[in-house]
Write a protein that binds this ligand. Structure first.
Ligand SMILES: Cc1ncc(COP(=O)(O)O)c(C=O)c1O
Length: 399
């Protein structure tokens, strides 16, 4: 039903990844648009690390985070499943030749046409969090399985989801499972999402504890419970935090879930892709702000991508944007502000960064730009969005 797609080319490199040589290779000096450089090797390392830290948990990559096809292809070949939120995301996975069994339709609110598409393509598992969606599944895809999503928010996260999704596990969870039972719709499991970019370690233990009770309730109601889905929230660029989360997740699963049979899955997005991408921007204009006595107080740079493009994550997440310049590390630094290209004053990438005095035509690289950047960007004000160049190291070992 899905036609195969053509992947962007992937260049193979040897040794370490040299950003400056990539800039030369891309002939960026002659181009107007910025560019994203993606090192797929980073995704392979992340996958290997996931398997090392949480070997019993099968990751289903959340496509919403970055849906570029080489990412999906790499992850699928490594062995992840996919968390899809829509017909189009399902289509992406199938078009790459992956099996529908690898997909969880993890959007609790689904329009009928998307359910029909899932049905036509044999995507059998989807999340729900209220009675209307259970009735909808009963009407349009009764032979499928539902996973009851409950709310369990972190106290600190870059983006919380609980206001929008998730039933109250204690008050509504059992009722939803009983309703499904009465309609002969199978509840296959439970799921939660503590919030993207979770900064609250105990959030995972709280959610796993609540989830285990709901899962066991499903068993009592005689649903065929098989799936325990711990959602996303794992950091992309903080290895220590990831290690701490893995530890608490493993401990909590042993504590609360070891007495039941369940396939444990997660829906990481940011974790896999954040560090793989570096956005390379070119300075095309600058201004110097000076005090009355002529002292240089700040340099303002205008670059060819901004918050309406790849950097849109700045608008809805409280994230720190790092910069890399290519001048000598010893050059004198000045307080600098980097603006995006649109005629909008909120198009500001970062302020108070210390940079050497750069000039028109120089490049600034921004690392860790893979998550919630590309699918959400727009060409507002007529500025061209960056394309991605993909690379992979020649000697990669898949687990
Ligand atoms: C249902 C669902 N699963 C997984 C994710 C991925 O989350 P993260 O990127 O924090 O791992 C999201 C993102 O918000 C989501 O909505």
């Amino acid at each position: 039903m899905c036609t195969a797609v053509e992947l962007q080319p992937i260049q193979v490199y040897q040794g370490s990844f040299d950003l400056e040589s990539k800039i030369d290779e891309c002939s960026l000096r002659d181009q107007d648009a910025a560019i994203n450089i993606c090192d797929l090797s980073s995704i392979v390392s992340k996958y290997n690390e996931w398997k090392r830290m949480m070997p019993s948990i099968m990751p289903y990559y959340a496509i919403k985070c970055n849906d570029e096809l080489p990412i999906l292809k790499t992850l699928g070949e490594l062995g992840t499943g996919f968390d899809c939120a829509s017909k189009t995301e399902i289509e992406h996975v199938l078009s790459l030749g992956f099996n529908s069994e690898k997909i969880i339709f993890a959007n609790p609110m689904k329009s009928i046409s998307h359910i029909q598409y899932a049905k036509a393509n044999n995507v059998t598992d989807s999340t729900v969090d209220n009675e209307f969606e259970i009735y909808k599944i009963f009407k349009h895809y009764p032979e499928s399985n539902v996973v009851v999503r409950f709310r369990s928010d972190a106290n600190k996260a870059l983006s919380l989801l609980g206001n929008k999704f998730g039933c109250n596990a204690e008050e509504d969870g059992a009722a939803l499972m009983l309703l499904a039972k009465s309609l002969n719709v199978n509840v296959k499991g439970v799921s939660f999402h503590v919030g993207s970019g979770c900064g609250d370690l105990p959030a995972y233990e709280r959610a796993i504890c609540t989830g285990s009770r709901l899962y066991k309730t499903g068993n009592l109601i005689k649903h065929k419970m098989e799936l325990f889905d711990i959602g996303g929230g794992f950091p992309g660029d903080d290895d220590e935090m990831f290690a701490n989360i893995s530890e608490i997740v493993n401990k909590s699963l042993s504590k609360y879930m070891s007495d039941v049979k369940a396939k444990i899955i997660a829906e990481p997005g940011r974790y896999f892709v954040s560090t793989a991408y570096t956005t390379i921007c070119k300075i095309y204009s600058k201004r110097e702000l000076r005090s009355r006595d002529g002292q240089l107080e700040k340099v303002m740079y205008y670059v060819n991508d901004g918050v309406y493009g790849t950097f849109n994550c700045i608008l809805y997440e409280d994230i720190k944007i790092d910069t890399i310049h290519f001048k000598s590390p010893d050059s004198e630094k000045f307080s600098s502000l980097i603006w995006g290209p649109t005629c909008d004053a909120c198009d500001k990438i970062c302020d108070n960064v210390n940079l050497p005095n750069l000039k028109d035509g120089d490049f600034i690289a921004f690392p860790n730009m893979g998550a919630y950047t590309i699918p959400t960007s727009s060409a507002f004000n007529g500025f061209t969005l960056p394309k991605t160049r993909f690379y992979i190291r020649n000697d990669l070992k898949f687990l």
